[in-house]
Ligand binder design. Structure first.
Ligand code: G3P
Length: 215
């Protein structure tokens, strides 16, 4: 499973990219608003690092506006995936952008039928928001299971990008189901690395090493 960071922070992206565990980045208007830089400046900085997949979201709500923004965003860098919301206007825009060869990440997906439609119009990624479903008292991971099953039934090439990930168990469960990608905040990706027994074990090895005669 590919691991993406859900952030617009260049510092966070650089940290994980340099460790070598990062496959891509997803941004959204909320994340971009926290950085105090223009959208284009941020995208140029992120893509300059060499990240192979960077999702950049349109803010227009009509098809024409989405097409205009999507066509402009894809020109910023070859690694840009255009993020389009799951609405009728978004489906229409996705169909046109996909036919032009633009890779679309269809976002704000909360039902299996929405995922079926995203695949039908040629989205490259579909983004079910699992944490936000959990927040509503609905099992977000069940949605991932349903989408993966449906896509397998029909050999759909659209990749399932699990979004709104809140903790490491979301990542484990997404991987067990066979989702293609999980995108997560920096703090969650940090937790994938850490385990208290690793720290304890390392401390003990280093302590015991002091007893080994040197020379
Ligand atoms: O980027 C889309 C999604 O991952 C947002 O997550 O935590 O705001 O529900 P969250």
């Amino acid at each position: 499973m590919q691991l993406f960071l859900d952030t617009a922070s260049v510092t966070e992206i650089k940290t994980m990219w340099e460790i070598g565990i990062l496959d891509g980045v997803t941004t959204n208007p909320t994340l971009v608003s926290k950085e105090g830089k223009t959208f284009d400046a941020l995208l140029r900085e992120i893509t300059a690092l060499g990240i192979p997949s960077v999702s950049a979201e349109v803010v227009a709500t009509d098809t024409e506006g989405m097409l205009r923004e999507g066509r402009r965003l894809r020109e910023v860098h070859s690694s840009i995936y255009v993020k389009i919301p799951m609405t009728s206007a978004g489906l229409k825009a996705t169909k046109i952008l996909a036919s032009e060869g633009t890779r679309v990440n269809m976002t704000l997906v909360f039902s299996p039928n929405q995922a079926l439609l995203a695949a039908k119009v040629g989205a490259t990624y579909v983004s079910p928001f699992i944490g936000r479903l959990d927040d509503q008292g609905q099992d977000g991971m069940e949605l991932v299971r349903e989408i993966v099953t449906i896509y397998r039934n029909y050999k759909v090439p659209t990749k399932v990008l699990v979004a709104s990930v809140r903790h490491p168990m979301h990542v484990v469960d997404a991987a067990k189901i066979g989702a293609d990608i999980a995108t997560m905040p920096f703090a969650v990706m940090e937790k994938l690395v850490q385990h208290p027994l690793t720290d304890l074990g390392l401390a003990r090895f280093l302590k015991d090493w002091e007893k080994v005669p040197k020379g």
